[in-house]
Write a protein that binds this ligand. Structure first.
Ligand code: CTP
Length: 217
């Protein structure tokens, strides 16, 4: 019997609204029959049930401390050891974690996606390939405005206030500098055809196990 290939983990980082989810979803669509899963760092935002909704809205969600990255690192290590994990679920409308979890069995390829995933050395070490989606700031703000108003229950004023007070300064302090850790930088957002083709083909090769374990470089 053929043994299951070793887990391959691809990290996709980039600023808020850069198109990470779009990119990950399109890679999944290109490999629709494949044994592939996505974990979003967003799922690991810390629970804020002890705060009122008004207080939760004031939290800086773009600072690394707002996320339980230790739990993500533990879950990735567990998957690497061959076991399934329970991924937390997050509710953006309530600004806190849901009480439910999602069971994730060991896939062959795992995409880990988030604005801050390249900033933590222990997390970087668990990523076999690091891709940074590099999108112009104005395009990111436009995407964020549309999404936060239509999907995350925010007002125009709330989105702009949050962008200026936390999203932009934290992007400059933590997200943009983390680009230095990327293996591949993909410009123009999540629909970059050449970038999608490159990563999808690479994963296709890995899944077919038609690729050398050790590269000569
Ligand atoms: N965030 C928020 N409210 C919360 C928790 C997080 O507004 N309660 C915001 C943070 O401000 C952070 C953003 O969620 O900037 C992270 O999600 P983002 O990267 O924008 O979304 P993705 O869909 O993961 O990525 P992309 O837009 O690139 O597809």
């Amino acid at each position: 019997m053929e043994s299951k290939p070793k887990l391959v983990v691809i990290g996709i980082a980039g600023g808020s609204g850069s198109g990470k989810s779009t990119f990950a979803d399109l890679v999944l669509a290109n490999l629709d029959d494949a044994d592939l899963a996505v974990i979003r760092h967003d799922a690991y935002y810390r629970p804020l049930d002890h705060l009122s909704l008004a207080e939760r809205k004031k939290v800086n969600f773009d600072h690394p401390d707002s996320l339980d990255t230790d739990r993500l690192i533990r879950d990735l290590s567990t998957l690497r050891s061959g076991q399934a994990v329970d991924i937390p679920e997050y509710d953006f409308n309530q600004y806190t974690r849901k009480s439910t979890v999602q069971r994730l069995e060991l896939p062959s390829v795992l995409i880990v996606e988030g604005i801050l995933i390249f900033g933590e050395a222990r997390l970087r070490e668990l990523l076999d390939m690091k891709v940074f989606i590099d999108t112009d700031d104005d395009d990111r703000l436009i995407r964020r405005l549309r999404r936060d108003i239509s999907e995350r229950g925010r007002t125009l004023e709330e989105v702009l206030h949050q962008y200026q007070t936390t999203v932009k300064p934290m992007h400059l302090e933590f997200v943009e500098p983390s680009k230095r850790w990327a293996d591949i930088i993909i410009p123009h957002g999540g629909r970059n055809k050449v970038g999608l083709d490159l990563i999808s083909r690479k994963l296709h090769m890995l899944l077919k196990r038609d690729y050398p374990e050790e590269l000569h470089v």
